[in-house]
Design a protein around this ligand. Structure first.
Ligand code: ATP
Ligand code: MG
Length: 451
């Protein structure tokens, strides 16, 4: 019986000796030739190998695409992040709420109060972009805006969640960011234009007290000859001397003390000065019982920019370095706490502090030393000069003769002093009738006369 030739069945790869000869004879060559034969000869292997190659190729392609798109993203797109603790955050939201060319489906409501000149208040709602993605076109550039809320982190000062807004645009449009922010800022500040914001302390932070008020005109406060001008000159000189202070390593701050009898215009002058300089006012009441040294220090170091710090009635808060006043109420702030806070203000921005007092003689000399109080000025009861200026301001420069008559009458009273507030009371009572004011001049004899 002839033995069958050793033919392999169809599935068995046939290793051809001829082929092996064709290789370069090395083991590598032999192995690859073998592999090729196995792959070709076996459809399962061939299909599996193909799939494997395809998978690897696709995986490589995918990671390539990810890398290229990452690279392209980095090269072609720019992001701008605005965290919620930054000032421009609210400006941006306000700007977005008014911006027409936007498409957003997630909105949040923000209620605004507007106080009119007659004191009435009206409410309006603005729909600001809520958390999520929004698309806008700004000056021809597409921008993707992503407002994100951090679920866990809370801003401890006001208990709201931390948020960020990320603006993304093409690299070539990156210069649109500054102009957008500038526009948002301009818009936000415009609503406060011509107004003075009064801040008071609220826990750890400064909060606007009521609505921004109409600026008080500096001309409406009549001080004795030259006083107003010299204070204004001093403040303006200070505000333009930042570099000078910096070069000499002197803390860039200046303290003013306006002292004098009640109703002489101390507070009114500071308000009008703030309006004149386009500054806001931060009022701190040192007698507040829950104000502690730490809080005072923190607040004084975190004053909103372009603000005057106003400490009213500094003599009333302390009674000779003790923490308790005559009535037994204890104030949380110690005198040394105030001194430290005044000395410790370490701000790159200028720091203007105004203090008022009716009893400067009660003030501790430590408070009055230069560096804490650099400029002291008496704002006294009305002088003849002030009475004349006030009369003419109320009734108009044309009433010179009546003004002289009023002064004559006033002199006959033989009054040593009268406060500007008393005079204002008389003139307001006789708004449109200067003659009546002359007739009524006698009432000035009673400082507490109620019209
Ligand atoms: N020099 C002034 N010129 C114009 N108005 C004045 C002047 N002084 C006082 N008034 C008017 O009198 C009122 C009280 O003034 P203001 O509160 O400024 O006084 P003050 O010196 O701060 O008093 P106090 O020491 O009691 O705090 C205000 O309505 C203000 O308009
Ligand atoms: Mg006052």
């Amino acid at each position: 019986m002839n033995s069958l030739p050793a033919t392999a069945n169809s599935n068995t790869p046939v290793v051809s000796l001829e082929k092996l000869k064709e290789t370069d004879g090395s083991f590598k060559g032999m192995a690859s030739g073998l592999l090729e034969d196995v792959m070709k000869g076996n459809p399962y292997f061939a299909a599996g190998g193909g799939l494997m190659l395809l998978g690897t190729g696709l995986a490589l392609l995918k990671s390539g695409i990810t890398r290229v798109s990452g690279l392209a993203y980095r090269q072609m797109l720019v992001d701008l992040e605005i965290p919620s603790k930054d000032k421009s955050y609210l400006w941006f939201l306000e700007w977005m709420s008014q911006y027409k060319h936007r498409s957003s489906r997630h909105l949040s409501v923000e209620t605004n109060y507007t106080q009119h000149n007659n004191g009435s208040i009206s409410t309006s709602f603005s729909l600001v972009p809520g958390p999520g993605k929004h698309l806008i076109k700004y000056e021809g550039a597409w921008m993707l805006i992503n407002r994100e809320r951090s679920g866990k982190l809370l801003d401890m000062t006001n208990g709201t969640p931390f948020e960020t807004i990320t603006l993304t645009t093409l690299y070539r449009d990156r210069n649109k960011f500054p102009s957008l922010l500038e526009e948002a800022k301009r818009m936000a500040l415009k609503t406060r234009e011509g107004k003075t914001v009064i801040y008071t302390s609220w826990g750890q932070e400064w909060r606007p007290f009521g609505q921004p008020r109409m600026k008080r005109l500096i001309d409406s406060v009549v001080l004795d000859k030259g006083i107003k001008e010299s204070i204004i000159d001093d403040v303006q000189d200070f505000l333009t001397s930042g570099q000078w202070y910096h070069d000499r390593g002197i803390p860039y701050r200046r303290g003013y003390l306006l002292y004098g009898p009640p109703g002489s215009g101390k507070t009114s002058f500071i308000q009008s000065l703030a309006g004149y300089l386009d500054y806001n006012i931060c009022i701190l009441n040192l007698s507040e019982t829950n104000l502690t040294d730490d809080r005072l220090n923190y607040l004084m170091n975190h004053i909103p920019e372009r603000s005057i710090l106003l400490l009213e009635d500094v003599d009333a808060a302390f009674n000779k370095r003790s923490q308790t006043d005559e009535k037994g109420y204890s104030s949380g702030v110690t005198f040394s706490g105030l001194l430290n806070a005044l000395d410790g203000v370490a701000s790159a921005e200028e720091m203007l502090t105004f203090m008022t007092s009716n009893h400067p003689e009660r003030l501790d000399p430590a408070l009055l030393r230069p560096g804490r109080v650099d400029y002291k000025v008496l704002i006294d009861n009305a002088s003849i000069y002030q009475i004349e200026r006030m009369f003419l301001r109320f009734y108009g420069e044309t009433h010179r003769e009546l003004c002289d008559e009023f002064l004559e009458q006033f002199k006959t009273l033989g009054l040593p002093t009268v406060s500007a507030a008393q005079l204002q009371g008389l003139f307001v009572y006789n708004k449109r009738d200067p003659k009546k004011a002359i007739e009524m001049v006698e009432v000035l004899k009673q400082p507490n006369h109620v019209f």
